[in-house]
Write a protein that binds this ligand. Structure first.
Ligand code: HH2
Length: 284
């Protein structure tokens, strides 16, 4: 299992697991669309998430919810630029910024503006040049599994062996990034919970994260407020917090080393308590 992750010239420790706080600068994200579309609102939210204990801010300007319409690179960048600009001071103080994009043009501009991580939910399928960008600049790179695109991904959620297929996909994507010149220490992988999977597939992946961790890369997991929790609980996105925390803690127990959540404060509290108990157990 990986113990640290190299992002933009820094080694982030994975013990305790990293918390990536979500900042969606979008009108249409599934749980917080429109809440942080204005730059001042997004910047204030980012500051709050850092105060709440986020290790990373994951900023997205294009929704990836099932069925979402794609936006142009110019539109995506016009949403991100003022927020990245407004976070310059925090960045200088050490805040780690990740940009959730599949577009090389947006990724390049974001890295020039100080982003230390590219979170590519297409795992280089949309723009393979993102691997060369990461190799050249040393930023961290997250490669996530998804079937098709957000518009099509829920059309076919059937797998023979979901964990095996996701593992092979991520192993290939890792190989592609290394081939393009990335240092393996820069690359994290993510099973893409909810991206082209049904309830059973999501649960199976969460239970078998150890098989992905065996690939040697840090494993990101994003379950926050997602539909599979609604399937289990019968609640809307704004009433899935306990489910989010439970699933994230189980993911960590299975081998995840970074959790991507909207509710950073609650996640930080839960991780702190669980780890205190684990420490006691190990000492006993
Ligand atoms: N999930 C979402 C977006 N980006 N990136 C990674 N690496 N892993 C994930 O699980 C993941 C992700 C979807 O969540 P959200 O940002 O809340 O919604 P939307 O895509 O509608 O903006």
């Amino acid at each position: 299992m990986a113990h640290s992750w190299r992002v933009g010239g820094r080694d982030l420790s994975l013990d305790p697991p990293l918390i990536a706080g979500v900042v969606n600068v979008t009108p249409d994200s599934f749980s917080d669309g429109g809440m942080f579309l204005s730059p001042p609102a997004a910047i204030a939210h980012a500051r709050q998430l850092l105060n709440d204990g986020a290790d990373i801010l994951d900023m997205g300007a294009e929704s990836t919810r099932p069925g979402a319409e794609p936006v142009s690179a110019d539109e995506e960048w016009s949403r991100l630029e003022p927020v990245l600009d407004g976070l310059r001071e925090l960045r200088n103080e050490g805040a780690v910024i990740s940009v959730d994009t599949t577009k090389l043009d947006v990724a390049r501009r974001a890295v020039e503006a100080g982003a230390a991580i590219i979170n590519d939910v297409s795992a280089l399928r949309h723009d393979p040049g993102i691997a060369e960008l990461a190799a050249r600049t040393g930023v961290g790179l997250v490669l996530m599994h998804m079937r098709g695109t957000p518009r099509t991904m829920q059309e076919n959620t059937r797998y023979g062996d979901v964990a095996g297929e996701v593992r092979s996909f991520l192993e290939r994507a890792l190989g592609q990034a290394v081939q393009a010149g990335c240092d393996p220490a820069q690359i994290a992988i993510d099973p893409g919970i909810g991206f082209g999977k049904d309830l059973a597939g999501n649960l199976e992946l969460l239970a078998r994260i150890g098989e992905l961790a065996d690939l040697g890369a840090p494993v990101w997991v994003g379950v926050s407020r997602k539909r599979f929790l609604g399937d289990l609980l019968g609640t809307p996105p704004d009433d899935r917090l306990a489910g989010t925390i439970a699933a994230s803690l189980e993911a960590v127990r299975s081998g995840a080393t970074a959790v991507r959540v909207h509710d950073v404060r609650e996640m930080r509290h839960a991780l702190t308590v669980v780890r205190a108990i684990q420490g006691r157990r190990e000492a006993a």
